[in-house]
Design a binder for this molecule. Structure first.
Ligand SMILES: C[S@@+](CC[C@H](N)C(=O)[O-])C[C@H]1O[C@@H](n2cnc3c(N)ncnc32)[C@H](O)[C@@H]1O
Length: 159
């Protein structure tokens, strides 16, 4: 399976970088992983609603230029659907069985994802109603994708 991760914003925290590198390494046994890290747009405090939408739209266009028409796109969104780890594993496994072996996960920047990106998404995945910083979200997602492959393969992992 080919897993692509399109993200907005860099990983600045060293401890997160270490974790992301670890799961990237672990995942190499199960899939081809590509991470596209896009520069975020400058977003100073006190932006108006209109300005925020403009920034999200700009970031959204950059994101979509890395999302192929043929890929199954999963946008990470707080208002999306909650899945258990087993359900995410099932989803990835079913996609693979159906021949949809290109999956793109999308993580937004500090302002979130544009409507255009959310509309393009084939599935909106929520990790709870809580807001996570995009850097931490990347690590959590990679761990859950790794967990999915362990479940699919019937291999032991932490409970
Ligand atoms: C700092 S958050 C953006 C917060 C923004 N106010 C929003 O409502 O999307 C950055 C990105 O991390 C992801 N994210 C954060 N928390 C999430 C959650 N609980 N479930 C799914 N994705 C989440 C989303 O892709 C989001 O665009």
């Amino acid at each position: 399976m080919n897993i692509k991760l399109v993200t907005v914003g860099k990983i600045k925290e060293k401890y997160l970088k270490l974790g992301i590198d670890e799961f990237t390494k672990r995942l190499s046994k199960y899939c081809k992983l590509e991470i596209v890290e896009l520069n975020d747009e400058k977003a100073p405090e006190n932006l108006s609603e209109k300005e925020m939408i403009m920034i999200k739209d700009k970031e959204g266009k950059k994101i979509l230029s890395h999302v192929k028409d043929t890929t199954y796109a999963i946008a990470l969104a707080i208002d999306g659907k909650n899945l258990s780890s087993e359900e995410l594993a099932d989803k990835l496994n079913n996609l693979s069985i159906m021949g949809k072996s290109n999956v793109t996960f999308i993580i937004g920047g500090s302002l979130g994802l544009s409507d255009e990106v959310l509309k393009r998404a084939d599935f909106k995945l929520s990790f709870s109603k809580m807001t996570f910083p995009h850097q931490l979200m990347r690590l959590i997602l990679l761990e859950q994708v790794y967990r999915s492959f362990r479940i699919i393969k019937g291999e032991p992992y932490h409970k």
